[in-house]
Ligand binder design. Structure first.
Ligand code: WT7
Length: 618
């Protein structure tokens, strides 16, 4: 393993100055990738993240716009200045305090993309509470599991979420989720136009009422650099979702500097990241990295296809957006709707486009570049993960020859390494497991409550390295091309889902003996979910069972995990030791029937023909 260079340390010492510290750090880096894994940055410094996002900009930029808001149906467009952001955040922080929330307490945020979601995150940061935002598309059960895992005292939600003109009762999901969670003392309900439609409970506290008496001043809590800032749950290849923990100092340094570097952010820019705050992209490049640079960003409650597929392009004109950052799945969905939706906008304001979340195929890249960006904007195809806190690999944001689909070059002094499965290092051009040889400030510190799982998941396969779970190719120019997950994690429409998680849910359905979930290429979503199921002997595969499989996944995980194909099988391909051969199932689902590989080691090779015969085309 390569040792950190003295230069790396002095680089990050210098870079740390992009923040305002209460007590300056003297120690920059204290990290170790072998057991016991330990990651700490700037550990003797103290700071407050909300001050870095707001207060320190006020002397110069109180009237600068922090967020341009647009609601679901476009009937409300609002500008929030940094001063107004400060006042909102402080009021909410005071309400949290009034509800008994203090330093170190966990607060779960289950909100749509409305400004209150940002206020809630920053209000937690202000008083040293640890937020855990749960994407409002997750089911009550998924939400409940996360609330329980982090032991939240408070859940913040809204009386409604709006999606394409329809109201979703997310408050009802919260009520179900907290029903038997003893740690939750209160549910704070923000007004989003659904007050008359919800069912109040004794736990509810209504923000509109409480905030009326709340002061717009709230002294920030001094935090150690290594105090937790947030927990964000993400799926892995095994078990329940992992609470990825990020701390204050290093995360903020990395968010601030990577935002500036990747997007070459300039003060006149209007930036729009379409990611929901429920994902890491929304955290780092929708809130913390953006505000730490005193930038101006668009915050959009709705969906790109409502009222029609020209919505985003018109919003770009309306708000004179210069930098637009979205996911390949959105690009593909809009591309499919046709170029006709581009004619009602000019998009002349754009200067840079970004892509994130999954590999971008050449067609989508070309359409994004030629049509959306009028051939004038470079595309930054940014590779990173919930665990990395910020972008690690991305092309430079400059005009010139670009490689469609390449994430290209590591940022800063990062050291990506490609390893063969036997652990040997690949030099020069080649394909292998994508690892990092050394730490960076934005790296996750642990899995909340389970450091052993953290070590096991990321540091065991390749001792001395952080293993991302992705495969990548490096070409002769040293550019990286992400090939996708090498583990049992799916990437469905940019959402990360564990196959094991979906299988556990399906196994609980009546009559199911066993099942195997694999990813299958999908034209819009990148990957779709393909389910192979075997039923109890004598039970007929009916439409009712199919429906109940689908419904169970939707209610227990969320609509994002809805299977795209369900195939009933007589048996699954297994090794003689009983292990399901997912490799074969992936090939069959994808229709790659000529390359099934060696099936002679199967306990019963005849099941393969039966499965091929019953294949469902996605
Ligand atoms: C996984 C992480 C981090 C942003 C949102 C997703 C895949 C991410 C790219 C990219 C190819 C990408 C990887 C990674 N991924 N960005 N530019 N090209 N693949 O965060 O939910 O933690 O998922 O998304 O497979 O491991 P996440």
């Amino acid at each position: 393993m390569q040792q950190p260079t003295q230069d790396s340390e002095s680089f990050w010492r210098q870079q740390g100055q992009c923040l305002q510290w209460i007590k300056p750090y003297t120690r920059v880096k204290n990290t170790r990738f072998t057991t016991p894994v330990h990651i700490a940055w700037y550990e003797d410094g103290t700071l407050n993240a909300s001050v870095n996002c707001i207060d320190r900009h006020l002397p110069q930029h109180a009237d600068r716009i922090a967020y341009i808001l647009e609601n679901d149906d476009g009937t409300r467009i609002e500008h929030i200045t940094y001063q107004q952001l400060h006042d909102h955040v402080c009021r909410m922080a005071n309400v949290l305090k009034q509800l008994g929330v203090g330093k170190g307490d966990r607060v779960v945020i289950y909100l749509p993309m409305i400004p209150a979601a940002v206020y809630a995150m920053l209000a937690c940061a202000r008083i040293g509470a640890v937020h855990s935002v749960v994407f409002a598309g997750f089911s009550a059960e998924s939400l409940g599991g996360r609330i329980q895992d982090c032991g939240a005292r408070l859940v913040i939600t809204a009386d409604a979420a709006w999606r394409a003109g329809r109201m979703l009762d997310i408050k009802a999901a919260v009520d179900t989720a907290v029903a038997d969670v003893s740690s939750v003392e209160a549910v704070l309900v923000v007004d989003n136009g659904g007050a008359d439609r919800i069912t109040p409970t004794p736990r509810d506290q209504f923000y509109t009422r409480l905030s009326q008496q709340a002061s717009s001043h709230c002294a920030p809590t001094e935090m150690q650099a290594e105090d937790p800032l947030f927990i964000l749950y993400t799926s892995g290849s095994t078990g329940k979702p992992k609470g990825i923990l990020h701390t204050t100092g290093g995360y903020m340094v990395y968010a601030a500097s990577s935002f500036q570097t990747v997007f070459d952010y300039q003060p006149a820019d209007i930036y729009w990241c379409t990611a929901d705050v429920g994902w890491i992209t929304g955290h780092t490049y929708g809130v913390y990295g953006v505000l730490a640079n005193a930038a101006t960003a668009v915050l959009f409650e709705g969906v790109p296809t409502y009222p029609d597929a020209s919505r985003c392009w018109q919003m770009i004109d309306r708000h004179q957006v210069t930098i637009f950052y979205t996911a390949p799945t959105a690009i593909r969905a809009l591309m499919r709707e046709g170029d006709i939706h581009l004619v009602s906008s000019t998009r002349q304001s754009l200067r840079l486009l970004g892509s994130v979340g999954e590999p971008i195929n050449t067609d989508a890249w070309q359409w994004y570049h030629d049509k959306v960006g009028l051939g004038q904007c470079p595309i930054v195809d940014t590779w990173w993960q919930t665990e990395t806190g910020g972008i690690l690999i991305s092309p430079p944001p400059v005009q010139g020859k670009q490689k469609p689909g390449a994430a290209a070059k590591p940022l800063f002094d990062l050291q990506p390494v490609l390893l063969h499965t036997d652990g040997t290092v690949i030099e020069g051009a080649g394909t292998g497991n994508l690892c990092l040889a050394d730490s960076w400030p934005g790296q996750a510190r642990t899995i909340y409550g389970d450091h052993a799982r953290f070590e096991e998941t990321y540091f065991k396969a390749f001792p001395g390295y952080y293993f991302s779970g992705d495969g990548a190719r490096r070409d002769a120019d040293g550019d990286y091309w992400i090939t996708g997950r090498v583990d049992d994690v799916l990437n469905v429409a940019g959402h990360r889902l564990g196959t094991a998680e979906i299988e556990t849910v399906l196994d609980s359905v009546a009559h199911v003996v066993e099942c195997a979930v694999v990813g299958v290429p999908h034209a819009i979503k990148g990957q779709g979910i393909y389910v192979f199921v075997t039923l109890l002997a004598g039970v007929e595969a009916t439409e009712t069972i199919r429906e109940s499989l689908i419904q169970t996944v939707r209610t227990r995980i969320g609509a994002i995990a809805t299977p795209d194909a369900i195939q009933f099988c007589v048996g699954l391909p297994k090794t003689r030791s009983g292990k399901i051969m997912r490799r074969i199932l992936r090939k069959i689902a994808a229709g790659e029937l000529d390359s099934l590989g060696d099936i002679s080691t199967l306990a019963d090779p005849s099941v393969v023909d039966a499965i091929i015969a019953g294949r469902v085309v996605v």
